[in-house]
Design a protein. Structure first.
Length: 438
């Protein structure tokens, strides 16, 4: 009896956040034999647990910093024989996995596209050169640069790191003194945040884009995101995702997939995304593109070289689609096997605390939330005594809820029930608790 050909060898560069670990394990077992490089994160117990689970895929190596993953991938390839692909699912290591894949001559983007997907300054310059609508901007690394930017741009402006994750240090400012203060605060946070260790302390200052509510519904935001797979230059858009209004300054509160907008509007968003990916020279992998909807059309906010946070779970819940398997196929040089067919809507809800810094005095309600119609998963992300810091970005959320609805209108009903079930009492740090601060 003829033997089946051996499975291809895939190196998984692993780090949180990203798809659920069980989703990763179930998807990759059927596609490839794996070696794993994982980033040390969390407590020793958390790390040991994750390594133990990842070992079901193959041998696991732990690195302390994202940049160390490149050398570790090259070492694995040198000592274990041929490697057919390198895959990363987390924004913390997606750039480093792409660099390693290119160094090994494996399926990957051109180096210039890999750099543009990581650095917003290079990305902005490429989009502007191609005539793709994006905000007016300046690149700064010191206070002299800030003063020059303030003279050239119209306030209010947004300050953000050229290399960032999860809305870290993204700040809305209204004048030069506020911009200087925000830069000093952001530079201090950026220098110590483990999510961006090794990235240069370069920032982008850009003008605020005036959004237009294409839904004509104040409960919805003016931003959308697009999830795409790119196979040898061919772009496959998986979904357009609507978003709830952001919590100040720029924190994600909720996503709904697929979009509830009319198809001509969705097609306009998809085309704007394709134009942007072409401008960056992206030829392979996954992208998460964020756009602002304006009266003149979609404007690109940024493009990331990975799928968006929670997208794997949303695609599985709304369409039964395993995006991790498709990402592995593309990393191995194979085409994706089909696109999602949606049978309803799925949404994530990540409520955010007010701006500032708070201590959690009381938190609860997850049992009640879990019993609500349509709720698939509820995770209490914080506990009593934890700090919630708005400047740390979207990770300041106390809960994460995944749910489904049959139609777009029913989403609002289910969201209101979830909001009503949450118990959360906060106290501004350094002050007595105030039961009214919720």
């Amino acid at each position: 009896m003829p033997q089946s050909p051996p499975k291809p060898h895939l190196i998984l560069v692993d780090a949180p956040p990203g798809p659920g670990l069980q989703d990763i394990l179930s998807a990759l077992r059927g596609v490839a034999r794996c070696s794993v490089v994982t980033l040390r994160w969390g407590t020793r117990e958390d790390q040991d647990r994750r390594v133990g689970q990842l070992a079901a895929l193959g041998p696991v190596q732990v690195v302390e910093r994202p940049d160390q993953a490149i050398d570790e991938v090259l070492r694995i390839a040198a000592r274990s024989g041929p490697v057919d692909g390198v895959l990363a699912l987390s924004e913390l290591v997606s750039y480093h996995a792409a660099v390693a894949a290119a160094a090994l001559g494996l399926p990957s983007n051109p180096p210039v596209a890999t750099a543009r997907l990581r650095r917003k300054d290079l990305q902005r310059e490429a989009l502007r050169a191609a005539g793709v609508p994006c905000p007016a901007f300046a690149v700064v690394s010191d206070e002299d640069g800030l003063r020059s930017a303030a003279a050239d741009l119209a306030f209010p402006v947004v300050l953000k790191p050229a290399v960032g994750v999860g809305s870290l240090c993204v700040t809305l400012v209204h004048d030069l003194p506020e911009l200087l203060a925000a830069f000093r605060r952001a530079a201090g946070m950026y220098a110590t945040d483990p999510r961006v260790i090794g990235a240069p302390p370069v920032f982008v200052v850009e003008e605020v884009i005036e959004g237009d509510n294409w839904h004509a519904d104040d409960r919805m935001g003016t931003r959308v995101s697009v999830e795409s797979l790119i196979d040898d230059g061919t772009v496959h858009h998986l979904a357009v995702t609507d978003k709830l209004p952001l919590a100040p300054p720029f924190r994600e509160v909720g996503d709904v997939m697929p979009s509830g907008l009319p198809e001509p509007r969705v097609a306009e968003i998809r085309q704007a995304t394709t134009d942007a990916l072409r401008a960056l020279g992206v030829t392979r992998g996954a992208t998460h593109t964020e756009l602002m909807l304006t009266a003149a059309g979609p404007v690109v906010i940024e493009i990331n070289g990975r799928i968006g946070g929670g997208v794997s779970e949303l695609l599985r819940a709304a369409a039964g689609y395993d995006v991790v398997e498709q990402l592995a196929r593309i990393a191995l040089g194979q085409p994706p096997a089909g696109l999602p067919r949606f049978r309803g809507h799925a949404f994530y809800y990540t409520p955010q605390p007010p701006q500032g810094e708070y201590e959690v005095i009381e938190i609860g309600g997850e049992e009640e939330i879990a019993r609500l119609p349509g709720v698939l998963e509820v995770v209490r992300a914080k506990r009593r005594g934890d700090r919630l810091v708005a400047d740390e970005g979207t990770i300041s959320h106390p809960f994460r809820v995944l749910a489904v609805s049959d139609d777009f209108g029913d989403f609002f009903t289910r969201l209101k029930a979830i909001e009503g079930a949450i118990t959360l009492e906060l106290a501004p740090l350094g002050q007595p608790s105030d039961p009214g601060e919720r």
